[in-house]
Design a protein around this ligand. Structure first.
Ligand SMILES: Cc1cc2nc3c(=O)[nH]c(=O)nc-3n(C[C@H](O)[C@H](O)[C@H](O)COP(=O)(O)OP(=O)(O)OC[C@H]3O[C@@H](n4cnc5c(N)ncnc54)[C@H](O)[C@@H]3O)c2cc1C
Length: 383
């Protein structure tokens, strides 16, 4: 995509987002409700299907466009967290599913007829140590029976389908801890009482849940790829997730910087704009520089991803840099706005809460540091 087309795409997304002003997000934040109208409009515009190839009804665009869409949503003051997973969760199916599975689900995901926004990996007793998960899928003829418990599984109530990672061989029976895990597409519409969902209340308006599987039957034809190879399939999707969520963080950082720019010029105290004080101005400039650095690393990850090159290091590093830049900008905005940073009507405190999430999810930044230490710098493994 040319720079001009990217600029046009960004402008279109900004236009759509203008129809969802601060009041809209505050109302949903206060009531802890799902921004259904916004998600529907993004779906209808085809933005959430941008990574699905045209043969399956998507727009067949790349990571560059997907990153630009999510960045603009968050920069506008909105939150892409309610729908970002519809963009990338299907990647596991696209890369590792059979032709029949892709034909069955992708066109409907692309049109929005089916929502695939739930991605079930995290478990209370495993946390960041994914290979220690214990949710088990037992083969029984032409189906699997799933039993176990997951936590922090987002948008289950807003999804028709869920991508699930479960053990199919107990950890003590595999020689490599990454072996014996399998990936399934679960049709939540057929699940009945076998899937119980309990909302986890959080400091942000984010639909996330504990999920209990009690003898859930999943047809064997819903298994993606080979049995026991699921860990690699899930890992292959994580680069996309990291680049896209880094883009949301960059959008958040720019939201704060935009707001600071205006406020620091307009707010007069001691007969001058507060931004004239270097104590106010320099932190804004510093947050801007860090955001630009994160953007450069994100753009590098995007170019590698779209070029089909290995992008794990860049994807991980841009996620860390972008989440830190957003958090720094969030704190700078709180300082710049003084007491008004705390006042709900200014929107800064809501974004401040939302920006904090990406330091720990979808992967905690410590895990990125250990990845870089161990895999790029050849330092001793800590786990
Ligand atoms: C709002 C929200 C939505 C989420 N949505 C989803 C979802 O849809 N699907 C899903 O599967 N998961 C989801 N998650 C889970 C998220 O991916 C995890 O919270 C995250 O991976 C960290 O796991 P944990 O919370 O169990 O932390 P832990 O693994 O318990 O870690 C706690 C702290 O210890 C640190 N730590 C742990 N081990 C090490 C180590 N070896 N070295 C250094 N530091 C270490 C971590 O960095 C972290 O700071 C969501 C989480 C939240 C909060």
């Amino acid at each position: 995509m040319s720079d001009e087309l990217e600029a046009e795409l960004r402008e279109q997304v900004r236009k759509l987002c203008k129809r969802y002003p601060e009041d809209y997000w505050q109302e949903h934040d206060r009531a802890r409700t799902y921004p259904e109208e916004f998600v529907n409009e993004l779906t209808d515009a085809g933005y959430l299907a941008c990574l699905i190839p045209e043969t399956y009804g998507g727009s067949g665009l790349g990571m560059r466009e997907a990153a630009a869409i999510l960045e603009e949503i968050n920069r506008s003051g909105g939150s892409a967290a309610g729908c970002h997973a519809q963009m990338y969760t299907m990647g596991t199916l696209l890369r590792h599913g059979s032709d029949e599975q892709k034909e069955r689900w992708l066109p409907q995901i692309a049109s929005g007829a089916l929502r695939l926004q739930a991605f079930a990996v995290t478990e209370p007793d495993a946390g960041s140590d994914t290979t220690s998960i214990s949710t088990f899928a037992e083969r029984d003829g032409d189906r699997y029976i799933v039993t176990g418990k997951k936590t922090f599984i987002s948008r289950v109530q807003q999804s028709d389908l869920m991508v699930l990672l479960a053990r199919t061989t107990p950890r003590e029976k595999v020689t490599k801890r990454t072996a014996g895990l399998s990936v399934f597409v679960v049709d939540l519409r057929d699940a009945g009482d076998a899937v119980r969902v309990q909302s986890v209340e959080t400091m942000i308006n984010h639909e996330t849940n504990e999920v209990f599987f009690d003898g859930l039957e999943v047809p064997a034809e819903n298994r993606i790829g080979e049995e026991g190879e699921g860990f690699a399939y899930i890992l292959s999707g994580m680069n996309a997730e990291r680049i896209l969520l880094a883009s949301e963080s960059i959008g958040d950082a720019l939201f704060f910087i935009d707001r600071c720019q205006i406020y620091a010029n307009e707010r007069i105290v001691f007969d001058r704009p507060i931004g004239q004080n270097q104590g106010v101005q320099f932190p804004i400039a510093e947050a801007y520089i860090r955001t630009k650095a994160a953007t450069a690393m994100r753009d590098q990850a995007v170019a590698l991803y779209d070029g089909g090159e290995p992008c794990g290091p860049a994807a991980n590093m841009c996620k860390l840099l972008a989440s830190e830049a957003a958090w720094e900008a969030a704190n700078v905005a709180m300082d710049t706005f003084g007491g008004y940073g705390m006042a709900v009507e200014f929107g800064v405190e809501r974004k401040f809460r939302e920006a904090r999430l990406y330091l720990v999810a979808p992967v905690a930044n410590n895990l990125i540091l250990s990845y870089v230490g161990q895999h790029l710098l050849d330092l001793p493994r800590s786990f």
